[in-house]
Design a protein around this ligand. Sequence first.
Ligand SMILES: Nc1ncnc2c1ncn2[C@@H]1O[C@H](COP(=O)(O)OP(=O)(O)OP(=O)(O)O)[C@@H](O)[C@H]1O
Ligand SMILES: [Mg+2]
Length: 367
Amino acid sequence: MADLKKEILEALHKVKHPGVGNDVVSLNMVKNLTVEQHKVSLELAFPSANDPLKNSVKKACAKAIQAVAGPEREVEVLATAQVSSGRKDNSEMLPGVKNIIAVASGKGGVGKSTIATNLAVGLSMRGAKVGLIDADVYGPSIPKMFKVEDQRPLLRKVNNKELVVPVMQYGVKVLSIGFFVHPEDALIWRGVLATNALNQLLSEGLWGELDYLVIDLPPGTSDIHLSMVQSVPVTGAVIVTTPQDVAVADAIKGIAMFRQDKINVPVLGLVENMSWFTPENHPEERYYIFGKDGGKNLAFRYDMPLLGQIPIVEKIREQSDAGEPSVLDEDSLIGKQFLELADNVANAVAERNAKLAPTQIVQITEK
Ligand SMILES: Nc1ncnc2c1ncn2[C@@H]1O[C@H](COP(=O)(O)OP(=O)(O)OP(=O)(O)O)[C@@H](O)[C@H]1O
Ligand SMILES: [Mg+2]
């Protein structure tokens, strides 16, 4: 039986999850494999609850097992959803949070907050427990994008400490510095005050259990980025760029920052936003307003996944301003594209957690 178990695992090693391009064993999806006289059963733990490829991967596994286990054995493959953790242990900050995803860019205005919003809501629509921190203390835009500008988070005492209860909207727990300060006041914030604000959202937010905590960062490479990697182990970064040369050049700086030896945060992949424009009455046409494939080529050059190409769509801007993220309209083309992006990010996290050691908090010793 032990030999057969080994053979089954070898066969499963060849079954790829087409969405990720890696096999189910390397992705750590195979759980509780039991081999009996008349039956083989296993659990396949998918990285998200509504993985659209669930049935095809399940079937491919059953077929591969049947081929080695023989027709006389019944094969049972049970699909479960289990988001893997990119954390080392449970004693650090945010003990209930499995994965921390930073959304960053080099250049401003490329669509970080739009991507972070639709990513967080999309992951939640797929059944994950999700939180979102707006770390852009200079220009917080998440409250508006979630239509919660007028809300104020409640405080709750836990173990004698006052904690801030995130605002729940579209299935996502949200905290933003925008809930606490007047926009004009935020503009004059400097270094220490700004980094303290992010630390407070991290350490004083009542986040509870989360599969993913998405952090929407300000543009560039600032004190806030450094403060973040010193406060929490960031599972991975998602880099947003437009196809334009200047945006791509700045994205490279962003990637370089996360990849620095001292920081060492894996880059999960790249999102190319504003990839092209298609007029509504000419759906067959594409106008490459900011250039063509700049982000796609960068992903190829740096050997990182292209997590999505999101076109320029008037509706994205309108829905964003109205506080109704486009992904909510899951039957629309753009809704589907954002959901695919969320799936790609979930898969990239699963792959990262299967392959790489948990990220460490950055220790910077001042001289
Ligand atoms: N694909 C898109 N199609 C149409 N409009 C978009 C798209 N992506 C973003 N926008 C719009 O562009 C503007 C800038 O986007 P957003 O605020 O997400 O960028 P950002 O990178 O977070 O900016 P900042 O650097 O200021 O934080 C917003 O008005 C948003 O609605
Ligand atoms: Mg922003």
